[in-house]
Design a binder for this molecule. Structure first.
Ligand SMILES: [Zn+2]
Length: 403
């Protein structure tokens, strides 16, 4: 996909049909009168634009909503039958595939066996087959698939989606998943860093969402997603948040492509802890195995987890002091380890400035089991339902409708 084809960050006019759909989708306004108040436009103009959205099948008007004057206003909602999106979260040992409706509700999420070590071409084939299987199992029509987003534990060049020097999957360097998927489908396919997807999922899950947050993915590797002023911050080329190659105290147990001696990832990631415990004779393969072993309370294991947590907390303290987030969200398999998380919190709060630490909330992801696919669904919905794309659909509809 080229830069010109990306819609999600494009500008839109207030009160345009795309903007109206955005407000309905976000829940900011859910009736014709509420939209007219929110935008400050004549109700008749708003109504014409809503009619276009209804004719496109994107919005339905249902039920009765109690309006302020006691009059009944019909409520507007995103049509669930207008299509759906695919969402994938690819980890070193764990792949999840999901589908979501246009309102962002996950319709199905499934763990699938995809061997990423076989390289991107075979993995893309397996991921596409898994998504088609899930679509069929849920009795959905594949023709209504509007787009797909895929999370990967690697730096992702933005906006091309190209994978850059993934430390755990050397054969994936330069992988072009959107290009590989174009063999199977013509819908937009986006690729995003997995920690960025956790950040998006947390920011959009409602409740006490924060507009200033860091999401730390503690899996086989370590990643960080940044939301600043309510927007995902990718940096100039997509590498923002690559905290894992900072040099730390301690000794690396795995090799890393970054070239920094004793980088955080090679000392304290789930993969590094697996390697250290294996050297000591423990039977562990994955980050989840390490968490389980830590639960047993083995003193040596707990010690290794604490020391990894101290390293991670130290690196986090620097970036927290620099960025001053409201929330630090911990996700990924290793975030289920109590000794690791306790050590991260202790080191972080001890080393961050009072002005930064006073309002800081360090917590687990709200939906750790599927945060990656939720974030992926959000990302692709923002793209396929971007106001500029909706405007285009309405123009096409007007061109084909007799006056
Ligand atoms: Zn490194």
């Amino acid at each position: 996909m080229t830069r010109a084809e990306l819609f999600r960050e494009s500008e839109f006019a207030s009160g345009s049909v795309g903007d109206i759909f955005r407000l309905i989708r976000s829940g900011a306004a859910s009736s014709r009168s509420a939209l007219a108040r929110h935008i400050g436009m004549a109700p008749s103009t708003i109504s014409l634009r809503i009619d276009s959205l209804i004719r496109l099948g994107l919005v339905s008007e249902a039920g009765d909503e109690q309006s302020r004057g006691g009059r009944r206003a019909r409520s507007l909602e995103v049509s669930t039958g207008a299509g759906f999106v695919g969402a994938m979260d690819v980890g070193a040992h764990h792949v999840q595939v999901g589908i979501a409706d246009l309102g962002g509700r996950m319709l199905a999420v499934e763990d699938v066996p995809v061997a990423i070590e076989d390289g991107p071409a075979l993995a893309a084939e397996a991921l596409w087959a898994a998504l088609r299987g899930l679509i069929a199992a849920n009795e959905l029509d594949e023709a209504q698939l509007l787009g797909v987003a895929i999370g990967l534990p690697a730096p992702i060049e933005y906006p091309s989606g190209r994978v850059v020097l993934p430390s755990f999957m050397p054969s994936w360097h330069n992988a072009d998943l959107p290009g590989l998927f174009s063999e199977f489908t013509s819908v937009p396919v986006l690729v995003e860093n997995d920690a960025n997807l956790i950040a998006l999922a947390e920011q959009t899950m409602g409740g006490q969402s924060s507009d200033q947050l860091l999401a730390i993915k503690l899996g086989t590797r370590i990643g960080c997603g940044i939301v600043s002023d309510g927007r995902l911050h990718r940096g100039a080329g997509g590498a923002a948040g690559e905290i894992s190659h900072t040099s730390v105290q301690g000794t690396s147990t795995i090799s890393c492509v970054c070239g920094t001696p004793n980088c955080l990832e090679s000392v304290a990631s789930g993969g590094a802890i697996v390697a250290r415990l294996s050297q000591l004779g423990y039977d562990v393969q994955t980050a989840a195995d390490v968490v389980e072993l830590g639960r047993g309370g083995d003193a040596q294991v707990v010690d290794i987890l604490r020391s990894a947590g101290t390293s991670i907390g130290g690196v986090l303290a620097s970036i927290v002091n620099f960025f001053n987030p409201r929330d630090v969200i911990l996700g990924g398999a290793m975030s289920a380890s109590a000794p690791l998380v306790a050590a991260i919190r202790a080191e972080l709060f001890q080393r961050c400035l009072p002005l930064v630490g006073n309002d800081l909330d360090v917590r687990a992801a709200r939906s750790p089991g599927d945060a990656g696919v939720r974030g992926a669904a959000h990302l692709i919905l923002e793209e396929v339902l971007a106001p500029a794309r909706i405007e285009q659909l309405v123009r096409e509809l007007d061109d084909t409708t007799p006056a």
